[in-house]
Design a protein around this ligand. Structure first.
Ligand code: NZQ
Ligand code: ZN
Length: 392
């Protein structure tokens, strides 16, 4: 096993009445002026925004609002949020939404606490020294941004999607009411379940060794999400399944399932981020479309890890060799994705990708990763192109 630091400073308030505590949670941070940041309208339509503002009002906290965050959140709105918040003297950013809203909130918080262009942090030119406090009121179980150290932003100039990881941006609190996720379109629920699976698998399918305890927690988490994703496909208002998946979203990406590992592979994520940047697809669905092609390209590096996943998570009966078991496991994971109406290639994702676009995806991915991607098998540009081509 590898040495590790486990740092999860986010206070979690979970359950049906969780929103009533928002005002007090901001007050606990010693803050008085909030930017409420939200998305395209679901939080308004559901009445959640009214609940949030009522809680802030009762705690005597003033606020301004900025909606309009879209999936694959845009840099231009981040700039607008920074400008509005500076003018209003905002000292706390409250994200009401999913990964896109939370990531946009984190970017605004970096921008407010540091001089210069916030995009510099996302393209690795500079490192921030501070971040305004951020809180999350979660409405979709998926990205895990409510407890992660990560923020992913898309720059419309060149349609580059870039992630930046730093503990400074970890949310001070996350308010999670599973009932709030019941208004999700089925496609978003399923896409979120894939993302949760993938955050766990990226860590589980690393090249190095890991801990038995970490493996067992990861396997339990994945089995639970697979079971509940199918329950939610048939019964979207099932509270217990919503709750299990929501908690799994946070635990899959707060570091817990990576303790003692080599940090994980993350190639599937980086390959998908280029697809999301160029074609604006739902992140989890994009992951489902690329994963099988990645897995078949790399499984021979650690067939034992893939075989363990196959047997312990997907219920595959061990075959004569680990390699055969691994392949059965990859097929079983794709069957699961199909069973919840997720794609297993880019065509099923709704894309008709040209040869030139495959080259562009490989160029962008290789450039962002300095032509050195992943740990299970280190991928260079030719490997990336081969995987994109197989996933077409
Ligand atoms: O904008 P609204 O109207 O709210 O609609 C959203 C959006 O269209 C809708 N939605 C959310 N909650 C809802 C709801 N609709 C009805 N009822 C509700 N309760 O769902 C759509 C997707 O929302 P989004 O926030 O984009 O989803 P998700 O949480 O999957 O976030 C995806 C983004 O997070 C990034 C992805 O790359 C992508 O940009 N990621 C962030 C990570 C992180 N910060 O740690 C890690 C991930 O690997 C990921 O890369
Ligand atoms: Zn993800």
């Amino acid at each position: 096993m590898y040495d590790f630091t486990y740092y999860t400073p986010t206070k979690v308030v979970f359950g049906r009445e969780a929103e009533s505590q928002i005002g007090n949670l901001v007050r606990e941070q010693g803050c008085n002026k909030v930017l409420i940041h939200y998305g395209g309208g679901s939080a308004k339509r559901s009445g959640l925004l009214d609940t949030v503002t009522a809680s802030l009002d009762s705690a005597g906290i003033s606020y301004i609002t900025l909606g309009g965050v879209v999936p694959n959140p845009r840099l231009s709105l981040v700039y607008e949020g920074i400008r509005l918040s500076r003018e209003a003297g905002v000292d706390f950013i409250l994200a009401v939404g999913g990964g896109s809203v939370i990531d946009s909130a984190k970017a605004i918080a970096y921008g407010l606490a540091n001089e210069g262009d916030v995009w510099d942090f996302y393209c690795g030119k500079r490192t921030p020294t501070a971040c305004l406090p951020v809180g999350a009121v979660l409405t979709i179980a998926a990205a895990g941004s409510e407890m992660s150290n990560s923020s992913v932003i898309t720059n419309e100039e060149g349609w580059s999607k870039r992630g930046y990881n730093n503990d400074l941006c970890r949310a001070k609190f996350a308010v999670m009411n599973p009932e709030r996720t019941m208004t999700l379109p089925d496609y978003q629920t399923a896409s979120g379940c894939v993302d949760i699976m993938m955050h766990t698998m990226e860590r589980y399918l690393g090249h190095g060794d890991t801990m038995e305890l970490t493996d067992a927690m990861a396997e339990g988490l994945m089995r639970t999400v697979m079971k509940d994703a199918v329950i939610l496909r048939d019964d979207p208002k099932n509270y217990d399944a919503r709750a299990e998946v929501m908690w799994a979203s946070s635990l899959s990406h707060n570091g817990l399932t990576g303790c003692g590992s080599d940090g994980g592979d993350w190639a599937s994520h980086r390959l998908e981020h280029e697809i999301g940047g160029m074609f604006d697809v739902a992140h989890g669905a994009g992951l489902a479309a690329i994963w099988g092609s990645w897995a078949r390209y790399v499984y021979r590096e650690r067939p034992d890890r893939f075989a363990k996943l196959a047997v312990n998570v997907l219920g595959v009966k061990p075959a004569a060799t680990d390699e055969e078991t691994a392949l059965l496991g990859i097929a079983a994971m794709e069957d699961f994705y199909r069973s919840i109406h997720m794609p297993t290639n880019m065509r099923e994702l709704g894309l008709n990708v040209t040869d030139e676009q495959l080259e562009e995806l490989a160029d962008k991915c290789s450039a962002t990763a300095n032509d050195n991607l992943g740990k299970m098998k280190v991928l260079h540009r030719a490997d990336m192109l081969a995987i994109y081509t197989a996933a077409r």
